[in-house]
Ligand binder design. Structure first.
Ligand code: CP
Length: 342
């Protein structure tokens, strides 16, 4: 199995064996952070990080990961480049991708939320870069998927629940909140965890449906892995017997229509007013008491006291900082496997 040269737009594009190989190497990097045999596999190489949206974890963990592998990560924003857009003349994706490939060992892209005009546009941009770049394209979170986060989530649950999580229940639950987030982290989590055989329950209020194609893939993944996948709109049912609880806000499918009709601020206001009506959709100690003594997980940034109470996120069952740390280890593994010196 050789991952050298491969793009990573979602874990769904990789085989279960490739996912497991990446996780094994991630655990290896965690155990042997500075003296690993692959510690110089990016020797003097540059990884380009192209951010349309802000970030704490992703930027910092990729920079640290490149450094720890003997290379360098370069931070780029669209405002510092003259790129063609639907509203302005400039350099095409084809030319940018070809040129960036001449300087780098790989290119990461983040494009989501208000940096796009409609759902799917971010994914199309990554596909276009992948078509023209001669180095791997790695999603650093886009409107559809967040594969590096998906790997870190699995690693966090395995650290605390053991390698075999088959039959363990993951509650992926919508949380009220004011950050109006894309679907990428949620979709990646339900995809990779159904793939690996967990029993995944997706819980959200009516009207917060995710991409139907992703839901279909989750059903197919569960059939193939022997896991289960269900969607519920009832919190009692969701929390009951869960081994892991992952709460996170996400936007409705109406967001981009509202943004194009009324502007970004008005569209966000509509989403926030709608979300705040769901008082019960916050992970509290009382909800956690209905679980199988579940661990609490979250990809960050956590919207405290909206998605989850301080009491839960600061409890001894919270694994959110471990998951954040894992971003470093999994990205080292992804870079070593897809673009490291052979
Ligand atoms: N989880 C995640 O991607 O965090 P950032 O937005 O801070 O990078």
């Amino acid at each position: 199995m050789n991952l050298h040269g491969r793009d990573l737009l979602t874990t769904q594009d990789w085989s279960v064996e490739e996912i497991e190989k990446t996780l094994d190497l991630s655990f290896d990097f965690k155990k042997n952070r500075y003296n690993h045999p692959l510690r110089n596999c990016l020797d003097r190489r540059t990884f380009m990080m192209f951010f349309y949206n802000p970030s704490v974890r992703t930027r910092q963990s990729f920079e640290a990961a490149a450094t720890e592998l003997g290379g360098h990560a370069q931070f780029l924003e669209p405002k510092s480049m003259r790129l063609k857009t639907s509203k302005s003349a400039g350099e095409t994706v084809q030319d940018a991708a070809e040129v960036m490939s001449r300087y780098s060992c790989g290119i990461g892209l983040r494009v989501l939320e208000t940096a796009i005009e409609e759902y799917g546009q971010g994914h199309e941009l990554l596909e276009e870069y992948a078509e023209y770049a001669s180095v791997p394209i790695i999603s650093m979170a886009h409107d559809k998927f967040h594969p590096c986060q998906g790997f870190a989530d699995v690693m966090g649950m395995r650290l605390h629940g053991g390698k075999d999580l088959k039959g363990k229940k993951l509650l992926q639950v919508w949380g009220r909140g004011a950050l109006v987030r894309s679907w990428c982290s949620i979709q990646e989590s339900i995809l990779v965890n159904t793939r690996l055989g967990m029993d995944v329950t997706l819980a959200h209020p009516e009207g917060y449906d995710l991409d139907p194609e992703v839901i279909k893939w989750c059903e197919e993944n569960a059939d193939a892995s022997g896991g289960e996948f269900e969607i519920v709109h009832d919190l009692e049912e969701g929390y009951d017997g869960a081994d892991f609880v992952y709460s996170r806000n996400w936007m409705t499918a109406d967001f981009y229509d509202n943004m194009n009709k009324h502007g970004v601020d008005a569209a966000k206001k509509i989403e926030i007013e709608r979300a705040m009506k769901y008082d019960d959709w916050i992970s509290t100690k009382d909800w956690m008491a209905k679980t199988n003594n579940a661990f609490f997980t979250h990809c960050g940034p956590v919207d405290r006291n909206s998605e989850v109470t301080d009491e839960v996120v600061d409890s001894e069952k919270s694994i959110v900082y471990d998951v954040a740390e894992n971003r470093l280890h999994v990205q080292k593994a992804i870079m070593a496997l897809t673009m490291g010196i052979k």
